[in-house]
Ligand binder design. Sequence first.
Ligand code: GLY
Length: 368
Amino acid sequence: MSVLVAGGGLIGLAVAWRAARRGLSVIVVDEDPGSGASRAAAGMLAPLTEAAYGEEALRALSRTSLDRYPAFLAELAADGGGTVALRTAGTLEVGFDADDMAALDRLHTYYLESGLPVERLTASQARRREPALSPRVRGALHAASDHSIDPRALHAALFEAASAVGVHIVRSRIAELVVTDGRATGLRLAGGSELTGSPVVLALGAWSGTLPGAPPLPVRPVKGQILRLRGDEGLLTGTVRALVRGRSVYLVPYAADRLVVGATTEELGFDATVTAGAVHDLLRDAIEVVPDVAELELVETLARWRPGTPDNAPLLGPSPLPGLVLATGHYRNGVLLTPATADAIADLLTVGALPDYAAPFTADGRMP
Ligand code: GLY
């Protein structure tokens, strides 16, 4: 009996690859693998600067996942996925006015609790790290261990490696979860055919709460609009996040001459519109932070949906429906949490239990 993975984004493919490496037969079903949040993601691997106040458990999971990244990438390369580079220049968080500076001071105190390296920098120290920063920047934090990766390159590598270890990828729309005698036993496809398998791993990202036949899940789409730009080599060495008089923006270099600028956070359901206002605001703030962004070519605008949950944390492991396993709800941290999620679900599928680090993220007590 094959394991069925519903969803071929980063999470679904990584689960499938890790499970297949451990000897399981795995089928991934996705009409267009990697076309959801994996396509829009900026690729920040940022346990510190993506953590909100009160999210210590999520930050611990994020650290576990980041620690796994080097071995995960080495094994991906060994399985034919090619080399995907981690960008390890760290993350600068900068501010412009007195309120931004006060916010950075509060964040500094909060980040220090984590034990991860964080340093308060003057404006000139920040500009020594990133000479392209605006002279208007008033000060910064440097989070040395917040890294990044190109999510599209990672998805392509996972696709290659998963295929190489025998994962079968079915390109079809999933119509419903098949439930037999109170147990998930397969997936019905849009054409009417049925794939039988067990368990079924739900890795549908923002769509996880919409699968007919599945129990109601507390997963909702949270729209993000994002921009991709191309231009001079080496404009930035690492991620720059900014508070621009209270507004948040981030700039992530994902190749020598490429930059992602993001992102909006909008509760608009599955609205896919790229709006003039959002593009304007993102570019205005990005140019305020790094004036040379104005010279770059705007090559892509995109809107996709983060799989949001009420507590911003993923849902990992058994679901209320026997035979259905959850690997969803990664909200703003899908790329970061990919290795820890894949290993946790592969453990569950092979030895029948989640590792300790995943235990706080089960569905227990978190269902609607
Ligand atoms: N992790 C960045 C975002 O969700 O916009």
